[in-house]
Design a protein around this ligand. Structure first.
Ligand SMILES: C[S@@+](CC[C@H](N)C(=O)[O-])C[C@H]1O[C@@H](n2cnc3c(N)ncnc32)[C@H](O)[C@@H]1O
Length: 276
């Protein structure tokens, strides 16, 4: 009897760990665990995901560049950019002449992103930072994306609100909602199609459209309500703000410095701006 109970206990512990660490990727255990898991897996992430360039172009690069075709040099923010997946497909589109800022919680994922997007380095800036409060003023970007990541964040609502805030009126949102069999194991983190669309509308988005995409994810397109002029290219110093006080930053050789409290945010050797 003792051995049976021990065996059952061990199975339960393994199942619990599998659920929390593999399926939920640390989402219920706090930001540190999520960061740790992505830092650990950064070097093998692309090998695990096996992105197919044709598929990436068809579902992400092409529709996004076409949706922005009338905006000269659009400015895009990719929240939870990972290893630079969106940048890789977007910058391959011939008609795309914009710039991208990629933000992520995992420094090692960003290191991989820098390597993978080296051919377009002069058009991309990477920020090491959590998505909870985005260090940009209102109405900054022509488009904001967040792929396969909202369910790992403590509050999808807060991040959606932040993405809405930094989008210009009429700006485009491209994001994902977790579906499939594992979605049932992510209570409070995955939504029904109706609930997610409702959440986006309640946040301030309109023209919400859900597109079937992968076994585990729907792709969602929406626009920020209102009409605004395209934003286009702007100097980093004009759009990046101190995460501490919201004040402007000025550039020194290897850092950005807050104009108010002189807090320094290093620019690492690989170019990543470290705001964590
Ligand atoms: C499944 S990966 C997706 C990466 C990329 N968007 C893609 O589609 O390949 C999830 C990413 O979300 C990032 N992430 C998780 N929580 C985050 C947060 N609170 N703020 C910023 N990034 C976060 C992780 O570090 C990881 O790079």
């Amino acid at each position: 009897m003792g051995w049976v109970a021990l065996g059952l206990g061990a199975v339960l512990v393994v199942a619990l760990l599998y659920w929390q660490l593999i399926i939920a990727e640390g989402a219920y255990l706090g930001r540190r665990v999520v960061t740790l898991l992505y830092d650990w897996s950064a070097r093998v992430y692309d090998r695990i995901k096996q992105f197919d360039p044709g598929y990436e172009q068809w579902f992400l690069g092409l529709p996004l560049s076409r949706a922005l075709a009338l905006v000269p040099d659009p400015l895009i923010l990719d929240v939870a950019t990972g290893t630079g997946r969106l940048a890789r497909t977007l910058f391959r589109q011939q008609g795309f002449h914009g710039r991208l800022i990629g933000l992520d919680l995992s420094r090692r994922m960003l290191r991989e992103a820098v390597k993978a997007t080296e051919p377009w380095a002069d058009r991309i800036i990477y920020l090491w930072r959590s998505a909870g409060r985005l260090p940009f003023p209102d109405d900054t970007f022509d488009a904001v994306s967040c792929l396969e990541a909202l369910e790992f964040m403590p509050s999808a609502e807060q991040v959606l609100f932040e993405m809405l805030r930094v989008l210009r009126p009429g700006g485009l949102l491209m994001t994902t909602n977790r579906i499939g069999k594992d979605a049932r194991l992510l209570p409070g983190r995955a939504y029904s199609e109706q609930a997610f669309e409702g959440l986006l509308r309640a946040t301030g988005f309109e023209m919400v459209r859900t597109q079937p995409w992968q076994e585990d994810y729907d792709l969602i397109w929406a626009r920020k309500a209102g009409v605004g002029e395209p934003v286009g290219l702007r100097r980093l110093e004009d759009i990046l703000r101190c995460p501490g006080c919201g004040e402007r930053l000025y550039r020194e050789t290897d850092s950005l410095v807050c104009a108010q409290d002189a807090h320094r945010y290093p620019i690492a050797a690989d170019g990543v701006i470290e705001m964590q």
